[in-house]
Design a protein around this ligand. Structure first.
Ligand code: PEP
Ligand code: MN
Length: 338
């Protein structure tokens, strides 16, 4: 970290900053320049609170010389992480696993049926919400524990590992017991208490990017989980921009950017970004071509009667063809669908 002093900073002000750095346990390195003095903070690991210095007399600006995120970074670990979710499914390698299923679990027969169907079409994991974060308190919030039990039944029948959302700290144990992957939803990306708990449950975590979160913030959120020891899969699912034609703006540039800066696998959710099933296939193809390490997509037997996110859910009957066409695009990036 570097503290840039104002051009007219006095020697006393410079000394006061040096003293403050020392009080924090770091070494101040004043570097007088032709116009101003810069003071280096040696030995900091990026955890110094910049607000400490920003308000001091004579200080112009505080600059980081290292990234705010740590364990997730390529600096920390140059080689890519492979995240295994069990049942032979691995994210981050040369295959592109597809996770498919309805937005929320609506009933046992329906979910077992859809699980068989998506498996036959090439999906390697089943998604389905038991606890749903809904914008309106009057909307369907999921079947809770009953849904988790139904998901386990679907796994028993098909062998597909289960991806489901951990919405709240109070459900941590019960979701961990039933699920293979704990999803942290976009709305909870900055629920730091939940991230800390999720990191300690001994299950891989699928961390979705917040609706209005920068990639730096996403990576720091992932650091919370890694700190607890869990593996993390990052998920780009669209962000808020000035554009309202699509539900969210799918930030495809995030995929190669993240892969440069983090060793974690990066997957894409085209469904929530699109909000419209007609856009889901082109966005999936683009995601595969741009290097996504996986795709998580909503599929329903009859989306017209889905209790949640029907408009963006693919019809199960067309899913096999969809998967084949997306597979061709994964090959453009030298990968293949798992
Ligand atoms: C979901 O996966 O159903 C979901 C609610 O996703 P997000 O948190 O990305 O909105
Ligand atoms: Mn959904």
């Amino acid at each position: 970290m570097l503290v840039m002093m104002q051009r007219n900073a006095t020697p006393m002000e410079i000394q006061a900053v040096c003293d403050a750095i020392q009080v924090l346990g770091f070494n101040p390195l004043p570097m007088p320049g032709a116009l101003r003095t810069a003071i280096g903070v040696a030995g900091d690991d990026g955890q110094v609170d910049t607000s400490h210095f920003e308000g001091m007399a004579g200080v112009a600006q505080v600059l980081y010389d290292s990234k705010p995120y740590k364990q997730v970074s390529r600096e920390w670990q140059p080689e890519k992480s492979l995240v295994s979710i069990g049942h032979g499914v691995v994210f981050g390698g040369t295959e592109v696993p597809v996770v498919a299923g309805p937005c929320s679990v609506e009933g046992e027969e329906e979910i077992v049926h859809i699980a068989k169907l998506v498996k036959a079409a090439g999906a390697v994991a089943l998604r389905g919400g038991a606890y749903k974060p809904r914008t309106s308190p009057f909307a369907f919030k999921g079947l809770g524990l009953e849904a988790l039990e139904i998901l386990v039944e679907a796994r028993t029948v098909t062998g597909l590992p289960i991806v489901t959302e951990l919405l709240d700290v109070e459900h941590a144990d019960v979701v961990r017991e039933h699920a293979d992957v704990l999803q942290i939803g976009a709305r909870n990306m900055q629920n730091y208490a939940l991230l800390e708990v999720a990191g300690e449950l001994g299950r891989p975590v699928l961390l979705k990017r917040g609706l209005s979160s920068s990639l730096d913030e996403l990576l720091q959120a992932a650091d919370y989980i890694l700190k607890g020891g869990a593996d993390v899969i990052l998920c780009e699912r669209g962000i808020r921009t000035f554009e309202t034609a699509t539900r969210f703006t799918l930030d495809l540039g995030a995929v190669p950017w993240l892969k440069l800066h983090t060793h974690l696998p990066v997957i894409v959710d085209p469904s929530h970004a699109a909000g419209d099933r007609r856009l889901v296939e082109p966005l999936s193809k683009a995601a595969a071509a741009v290097g996504a390490d996986g795709i998580i997509v909503e599929v329903h037997e009859d989306p017209t009667v889905a209790l949640c996110d029907g408009a963006q859910s693919l019809f199960a009957s067309g899913f096999a063809e969809y998967a084949q066409r997306v597979a061709a695009h994964a090959e453009l990036d030298g990968k293949r669908l798992a």
